[in-house]
Design a protein. Structure first.
Length: 214
């Protein structure tokens, strides 16, 4: 199979994945330490040609940013609990916990059996890169969840708990904005390197299969 022609028929996916991020306001604390819950779900992709797989990805992939669909996604939800205490006329954060829920949405090719070997190589390269991409989104979110929790615990006492709550809100907004910017920066880098990266992965996969056959 000619990989150049296969790639030409496979639409260039400029945005490998998307991050769906939400934050739930901090409420009452239960216990400390960042809680990270991560799960993975799969959507079905069917087809035995590059164009069929491309259509299936765009038809069945997760939605984000309006009606646009993507070949993979990382759903990220920040939530948390916080407890305040008053002492000597000052209000402080006595404990804080950030809860992070991560859900990766990845493609699962159902028609691999009977498909051309070259298409399988191309799929393995693309699917592997999608998974790596979304995993990295999850890693970025996890790092920022820890940073947010530490930032909240380090806030200086305020004159009133109302002022303390306002400071918590501003700090949370700032930390989430930094998280979002890091995610956007990562996507920009990935988009710039997309085609070269996939073609390198295809060549590496071909070499692995050739070595295994010898």
């Amino acid at each position: 199979m000619n990989f150049v022609s296969v790639w030409a028929s496979w639409r260039l996916i400029a945005f490998l994945g998307t991050v769906l991020c939400g934050f739930v306001a901090l409420a009452t604390l239960a216990k400390a330490d960042t809680s990270v819950r991560k799960s993975t779900v799969y959507f079905t992709v069917r087809g035995k040609t590059a164009s069929e797989l491309d259509s299936a990805l765009m038809r069945n992939g997760p939605q984000a940013g309006g009606m646009a669909r993507h070949p993979g996604a990382a759903q990220i939800k920040f939530a948390g609990d916080i407890k305040y205490s008053e002492s000597k006329g000052r209000c402080s954060v006595s404990a804080a916990r950030v809860n992070l829920n991560l859900k990766l949405i990845l493609p699962n090719w159902k028609d691999r059996g009977g498909a051309p070997r070259g298409l399988a190589v191309l799929w393995d390269s693309l699917a592997g890169d999608i998974k790596r991409h979304e995993e990295h989104h999850a890693e970025i979110a996890t790092r920022h969840a820890h940073q947010l929790e530490q930032a909240l615990r380090s806030l200086p006492p305020q004159k009133t708990c109302e002022a303390m709550q306002a400071l918590v809100s501003r700090t949370t907004d700032q930390q989430i904005a930094e998280h979002d910017e890091d995610q956007r920066r990562f996507d920009q880098i990935e988009m710039a390197n997309f085609e070269a990266r996939i073609m390198r992965l295809v060549k590496e996969r071909q070499a692995q299969m050739a070595n295994a056959a010898n």
